[in-house]
Design a protein around this ligand. Structure first.
Ligand code: IVH
Length: 714
């Protein structure tokens, strides 16, 4: 655990927010579900233990991620999508909640004990509790609004409170009725919101990926991402070509329909024409529900959709009402998570890969094996210590695990299966790509290739630049980058933008037809519209990930600002410490890098940010940098920051001589001392409120304004 509980809580909230964004907005998960669950549990525990650290916008109380700009461009299979274009937002009449997890039967029983105890506190002791068990479909939650029996609007979950209006896309899904059928249609309720999960059947997923691979397009990592990407396509015709399906499992807001039980609600949905899984079951007690969960775990690979667990729901709506919800999840339902799936196979070899940072990473080459429904051929081994810790020998029979359904892992060897012919892994002494002697920097486990012009690193860097979170150049994946590199067509990021002038040379490459070349060139052209922070991320500066790049772009909103920034200025960015600042400075210390940046500017890439709200002119904090520290009574940290921005100021992470004012709450820590030593004015929470309201001047405002912290100049 790092630092104080408050620091750890902050850290966990940041990690979870970044993971949420990657999962819900970018459809490109960055961490395993199990890691995410661990973070969430740790955060919940800390918040329970330290109520003073609770915040209404904590990820334990909210769901998912706010819908954002990146959404519509995330999966633009057609170049016709205008960058930045997106779906209108919709505020849900009833929040779309999430589910707490039970990992295994014991946690399921613990959940049940809590239910029973709570219901007896509510005076409902002894009432028999029935349960419904449903598959937990790994897709994308949607809400479908029917007014007077007619489908009027459909939306994604978004952050649980506000989603995206994807009505037109949902209309392409065969299972979604345009009007309620049967008795429900004859006497339709004034309003029902039907909740369900959109998914791509596994066979359709395989087909889609095959088509995309043939067309030289990026393939989807898993069916969930493909469903999410497909539903958020701006081109309805393209959505219609993807055979999305839906299972419905509940209601949101309802007017004019009274039902007492979930089981009856599912019956009503079926009759009204909605697809409800025929495999949903009703149980008289928890033992029955637990057995159903175990049965689902057994046969998860036998159904035509990905499931990542089973959902156990209290049947009786009156009991649900009494149970209510806690934070982001109802108490009356729980997701029973399956144990990670494992299989055994032969570890054929352990070669090494050289990544874009020069890190030399061993990986496992396996006899292809099916694990939890996916074929696994490779698995990362991180570093030589990982290989040693797991006790792996080449030729071993190994246990392979797919946790969180995304990243396969080698757990360890079956030593009893050894024949004596197994051989140990030896870290090569020279880089497999450029033969340079590898080095192991002190304090690092990883070996590195020190050659900055190592082809493996250059190729990895270009791949990163073109990747989804960065410049997102559809059709410029690993294989093509390697090919263009080998042919000498692309050796730097800027070369990518010179391809348009070398169209004939690209066309001359085997398997490149007019259409695929034009698609690629269009995707390259479109990437010029990516925001500055993504260009910054794409540069692949060490320690500058997506979140850090956004934070840096907020303090240096243009390329010129970046070139002029000293370490102190960079350190004003949220989450940027001396190591990151030094790494950025080092990058900028190279003439070749400066030339590269100028080339990119000349190519027409965006070098000016439009992300941070330009300081509101005339706001009480216009043009001022403000640092918040310690706990404020009237604001959570995020609320305080938003208030600063709304007042025209800039909320920055650390105190410098450019800081106009430090707002210090309880337990302010080292920032207070630093502010005092630099002569930065310090105010408390009450004074902050007064300043925001314009009832009190900013102390020493005139000096602060002269002192830099200039508004974004675009
Ligand atoms: S019930 C308030 N039932 O899982 C109840 N959700 O972690 C919340 N999901 O957002 C939804 N299958 O995307 C429910 N049979 C099922 C489900 C299901 C998949 C998803 C849904 C939800 C998430 C909650």
């Amino acid at each position: 655990m790092s630092g104080t509980p408050a620091e750890r809580v902050g850290e966990l909230r940041r990690l979870i927010a970044a993971a949420n964004r990657a999962y819900y907005v970018d459809d490109a998960p960055t961490v395993d579900d199990s890691v995410y669950d661990d973070w969430m549990r740790e955060l919940e525990a800390l918040e329970a233990e330290h109520p003073e650290l609770a915040a209404s916008d904590s990820p334990t109380r909210t769901v998912g991620a706010a819908v954002g700009q990146a959404v519509a461009v995330g999966d633009s299979a057609t170049a016709a999508v205008a960058p930045g274009q997106r779906f209108p937002t919709v505020r849900h009449r009833q929040p779309m909640l999430s589910l707490a997890n039970a990992r295994g039967p014991q946690e399921l029983e613990a959940w049940h004990r809590r239910l029973v105890a709570r219901l007896s506190d509510e005076g409902l002791a002894g009432r028999p509790l029935r349960f419904v068990v449903e598959p937990k479909i790994d897709g994308l939650a949607v809400t479908l609004t029917y007014e007077d029996g007619v489908f009027t609007q459909g939306a994604t979950r978004g952050d649980g409170a506000v989603g995206e209006d994807v009505t037109a896309n949902l209309r392409t899904i065969a299972g979604i009725p345009s009007a309620l059928a049967g008795a429900a249609g004859a006497r339709p309720p004034a309003l029902v919101e039907v909740r369900g999960e959109v998914y791509l059947p596994l066979a359709a997923f395989a087909d889609l990926n095959e088509r995309r691979a043939r067309a030289g397009e990026r393939t989807f990592v898993n069916p969930r991402n493909s469903a999410a990407g497909s539903l958020r396509q701006l081109d309805v015709a393209e959505v219609a070509r993807r055979p999305l399906a839906i299972w419905c499992y509940g209601f949101g807001a309802v007017v004019g329909l009274v039902l007492g039980r979930h089981w009856d609600a599912l019956g009503w949905l079926r009759e009204a024409g909605f697809p409800v899984s025929p495999e949903v079951t009703l149980h008289e007690d928890l033992a029955g529900a637990a057995a159903a969960c175990a049965a689902w775990e057994e046969r998860r690979a036998a159904v035509d959709f990905d499931i990542d667990g089973a959902v156990v729901k209290v049947d009786d709506f009156a009991a649900r009402e009494r149970l209510g919800s806690v934070g982001r999840a109802p108490r009356w339902a729980i997701a029973y998570k399956f144990a990670p799936t494992t299989a055994t196979t032969l570890l054929k070899d352990i070669p090494v890969n050289v990544g874009r940072t020069g890190a030399v990473v061993p990986y496992a080459v396996l006899d292809p094996v099916s694990v939890g429904g996916a074929t696994v051929t490779f698995a990362t081994l991180h570093n030589q210590d990982d290989v040693a810790r797991k006790g792996l020998l080449i030729g071993d029979t190994v246990i392979v695990q797919r946790a969180g359904d995304v990243i396969p892992q080698v757990v360890g060897p079956l030593t009893e299966a050894r024949t004596g012919d197994e051989t140990p892994f030896v870290m090569p002494t020279a880089c497999p790509a450029c033969s340079t002697d590898l080095v192991q920097p002190p304090d690092e486990v990883q070996y590195r290739c020190p050659n900055r012009s190592c082809p493996a690193q250059l190729v990895g860097g270009i791949e990163h630049f073109a990747s989804r979170g960065a410049l997102d150049i559809e059709g410029l994946g690993e294989k093509r980058v390697q090919l263009f590199y080998d042919l000498g067509l692309v050796r730097t990021f800027a070369d990518i933008y010179r391809l348009a002038g070398r169209r004939d040379e690209v066309l001359a490459i085997e398997r490149f037809g007019e259409r695929s070349v034009d698609n690629l060139l269009a995707a390259i052209e479109a990437s010029k519209e990516r925001p500055w922070e993504r260009v910054l991320y794409g540069l692949g500066i060490r320690h500058v990930g997506e979140v850090t790049a956004q934070a840096i772009a907020a303090v240096v909103p243009t390329l010129d600002d970046l070139l002029a920034a000293d370490a102190e200025r960079l350190a004003e960015a949220e989450g940027v410490g001396p190591v990151v600042a030094e790494s950025v400075r080092e990058f900028l210390g190279s003439e070749a890098n400066i030339a590269l940046l100028e080339d990119l500017r000349a190519a027409g890439l965006r070098t000016v940010s439009d992300a941070p709200a330009a300081p509101r002119e005339g706001g009480p904090l216009a043009g001022l940098s403000v640092v918040i520290t310690g706990a404020l009574d009237a604001y959570t940290r995020d609320e305080a920051k938003r208030a600063v921005v709304a007042a025209g100021g800039k909320a920055v992470g650390s105190v410098s001589r450019n800081t106009a004012m430090l707002v210090a709450g309880a337990d302010p820590g080292s920032k207070l001392a630093k502010a005092e030593s630099l002569g930065v004015p310090v105010v408390d929470g009450d004074a902050f409120t007064e300043i925001l309201a314009g009832r009190r001047p900013v102390p020493g405002a005139a000096e602060g304004q002269e002192d830099g912290a200039a508004p974004a100049d675009d």
